[in-house]
Design a protein around this ligand. Structure first.
Ligand SMILES: Nc1ncnc2c1ncn2[C@@H]1O[C@H](COP(=O)(O)OP(=O)(O)O)[C@@H](O)[C@H]1O
Ligand SMILES: [Mg+2]
Length: 400
């Protein structure tokens, strides 16, 4: 086992640290030895109405969903991979007690949170507080990625393309764009069309296409009334829409681990829109199928595929993303690509009966199955924890 001992920390505890560049065979051996005793908990979104879930139910700026069925798919895949002890828990206020009672070693976060502002950050923040290593983004990254206004400012400062935008908070009553210096600075006299959407949303919910400037205020007031949060006004991009997934460099292919020389970019696809479909219809309404998502061909679509992949790598590197995201991208009328968002918790449902997910749809091109995808996410995260998170992964290291 390739163990590199680094310096002792101030409490004179020893932490074993593994190099991220370590041999992949060693990681494979560590994971299979870990699997003999590992107690893994897959966490899904807690329901604030459940008895004992919260002290007081409050609001949900982000549309709530439990994601429990997907958590079951992830858990089942981990069992097939050889992890014998996998349980499921909701991420409500009893979580710490549950994890302690069950003596859980590692959590897989498949939750958007229960309630409140920035709910996607709550589960990773709790894990850090409890000292439980987890598969998922750290709390700040989860919060940044789920807050389109913050994320877009990050893109801007990194020089990455994103639609012109104004972040507005119409707290004081009726919104008047002409009285809002932020809006005027971004859009001036622009007549539209615009997109008005929540800063923290999912599945196209409450995303509105606004043809004319005269209708903008009503749309902003409407989204604000539903979310009680900042509202994002964007330039409408009328070109084709794309998605791409990107994860860490450790991948599983045919059940065997490999270490790539860069992050793994996969499932680049065009989201096929009907001629009158201005906004991609929510997957809550129309499930993702082959007709709705067309994989970009490495030869025929080489140009746009290269651009989409380069954009994914640039976002990953510039923002310091560490685990799977799915980028939504849209072209403007001239074909120039813009990043719409990076989804911190892309749908990981197991493909079945002609219904799949935007991240799983392109796996076969790389000789990978759904189980390979789940193992890739797991193994890459374990690799990060063992090599770069000194002091946070001792619970795992003791299992090896
Ligand atoms: N600026 C924009 N121009 C054109 N279409 C947009 C724009 N912003 C969002 N959309 C449409 O709305 C959909 C949902 O927006 P998105 O930013 O991905 O939020 P979410 O998926 O979290 O609801 C996109 O898939 C796209 O079809
Ligand atoms: Mg989206």
């Amino acid at each position: 086992m390739a163990v590199v001992m680094l310096r002792k920390n101030s409490q004179a505890e020893e932490h074993q640290v593994y190099r991220r560049t370590g041999r992949i065979e060693d990681l494979e051996a560590q994971i299979s030895s870990m699997f003999k005793r590992l107690r893994l908990a897959v966490i899904y979104g807690g329901n604030k109405s459940a008895e004992g879930a919260v002290i007081e139910p409050t609001g949900n700026p982000r549309s709530w969903k439990s994601y429990e069925t997907v958590a079951r798919d992830i858990a089942a895949s981990m069992v097939r991979a050889g992890c014998k002890n996998v349980s499921l828990f909701p991420d409500d206020m009893r979580l710490g007690e549950m994890l302690r009672e069950q003596d859980v070693h590692l959590a897989w976060l498949n939750t958007g949170g229960v309630q409140g502002q920035c709910s996607v950050a709550h589960a990773p923040a709790m894990m850090e507080l409890f000292g439980i290593p987890y598969v998922g983004h750290d709390p700040m990254m989860a919060g940044i990625l789920d807050s389109k206004h913050v994320f877009k400012r990050q893109l801007r400062s990194a020089g990455l393309p994103t639609a012109t935008f104004a972040i507005v908070l119409p707290e004081g009553g009726e919104y008047v764009p002409e009285d809002d210096p932020v809006f005027m600075n971004a859009f001036g006299e622009a007549e539209g069309p615009f997109i008005v959407k929540p800063v923290s949303g999912r599945a196209s919910l409450n995303v509105m296409y606004v043809e004319k400037r005269a209708d903008l205020a009503a749309a902003v007031n409407d989204v604000y009334a539903k979310t009680r949060n900042f509202v994002l006004v964007e330039q409408y991009l009328g070109g084709a829409e794309y998605c791409v997934a990107i994860g860490g460099p450790v991948v599983s292919r045919g059940g065997k681990l490999e270490r790539l020389d860069k992050p793994f970019v996969f499932s680049p696809l065009e989201r096929v829109l009907d001629s009158d479909e201005k906004i991609f219809t929510s997957m809550d309404v129309k499930p993702i199928s082959g007709e709705r998502a067309r994989l970009l061909d490495p030869v025929k679509d080489a140009k746009v595929r290269g651009e989409v992949e380069a954009l994914a790598l640039a976002v990953w590197r510039q923002l310091g993303i560490e685990t799977l995201v799915r980028l939504d991208i849209r072209a403007d009328a001239n074909g120039k690509l813009h990043v719409l968002e990076a989804n911190p918790k892309p749908d990981l449902k197991a493909p079945a009966d002609g219904v799949t997910s935007l991240v799983s749809i392109g796996l076969s091109e790389f000789g990978m199955t759904y189980d390979d995808l789940i193992m890739s996410i797991f193994a890459d995260r374990v690799d990060v924890l063992l090599s770069e998170r000194r002091g946070t992964a001792d619970r795992l290291i003791r299992l090896i």
